[in-house]
Every structure is written in structure tokens, then in C-alpha cells.
Ligand binder design. Sequence first.
Ligand code: BG6
Ligand code: MG
Length: 213
Amino acid sequence: KIKGLIFDLDGVLVFTDKFHYQAWKTMADELGVYFDETINHRLRGVSRMDSLEIILERYEGPDLSLREKEKLAEKKNEIYRTLLESMTPDDVTKEVRDTLTKLREKGYKLAIGSSSKNAKFILEKVELKDAFDAISDGNNITKSKPDPEVFLKAAEYLGLPPKACMVVEDAEAGIKAAKKGGMYAAGIGEAAKSINADESLKTFSELLDIVDK
Ligand code: BG6
Ligand code: MG
């Protein structure tokens, strides 16, 4: 029986893809590396440094040291944070807000399970922090999705066994992480067509129908 829900943030509750893309694109252009929307797609759910490595597959310049790579990731993050500053509570739909409220009223525990180190900042900008009982994000993990660590931590913070948790994800890496962690996985958006997901959501509010099943 499901007792808790763990939500991915980017691509499920808020749509920050365009900001990630813009920020990586600026960094890549400066470095002279080809980068486009298709490559950006592969960065969904992947940590900042792992994302950088994917972008650097196209890099043909002299070898970069770890420090240089960290500088590039920092530069991207500075641009990204500036873009995030424009976010407001209007960036969360009424459907998402109402569904979260109703799930809580039904007694479900809610957590965030995000690879992002900016998760808390984003939740504050959109005023959604209080909707959750626990936040597991890029700051409390060492391995990023498809490793289940971020979700296992979220379950632990909620005080629930993994099998009592349902993960809601838009990325294949996240669906895989949920299944590896022994959780129930619901795919939405891109991941709605994932063959690894247990449930496929056409809309966010459908969650209200499937959790009690
Ligand atoms: C995930 C995004 O939520 O967070 C990825 O889907 C991103 O695209 C990752 O790379 C890490 O984010 P941040 O904010 O720590 O750079
Ligand atoms: Mg996502």
C-alpha cells in the first residue's frame, strides 16, 4: 500500500528545462562546443557534473583538469541561478498545487526527490516548500539518478519503506532509479511512455485516482 509520494522537481512540478538549456548553451558557446536541444534532452535528471561530461563529449580542445571542469559547471550554475530569479508562484499550475494539497489531506506523506542542488531555491521562489514533509536533493547524495540514492533518502526522511512509496518522474533515469530502489514508479510527460514505469500519467491530477488503487 502506498503511503508516500516522492516527486521529481524539474519537469514534474516546475519546468526549468529551458533555463538549463539556455545556461548550458551560453557556457558551451563560450567554450566553442556544439550543443543543441537534442543533447539537452540527455541531461534530464542527470547531475550537474555528469551533464557537463555529456556536453564535453563534443569538446575537441586541450584536456581539461577537474578544476577547469568545476569552473565551467560553476559558470553554468551562475547563469542558471540568474534565470531562476525570474520564477514566481505562477510557475506552478493550479492543478499541481491542488493535487498536492488533496494528497496531503488524504494522509499521504510527500517528498521531493531531485538531483538538483538548486531544488530548495526553486521551491522557495515558487512558494511550494511547505507542501512537502521532506526534501531529498542534489546536496544529500553522492550518486545521481539512475542510482536510487536520492529516492531512498527521501523515503528514509519520510520514515517509510521504499515499497510504500510512489515516485513521480518525467525522466527515464528517474524511473530506473525508482525501480532499482524498490519503489512504485509513475511516469509523466516524457516518461509517460516509459516501458519501465508502473503507471503512466496523462495529467498530474490523475495521481489522485491511482494512489488509492
Ligand atoms: C535535475 C535536472 O533535476 O537536476 C537536470 O533534470 C540537472 O537537468 C540536475 O542537471 C542538477 O541540477 P543543478 O541545479 O544541481 O545543477
Ligand atoms: Mg525531471
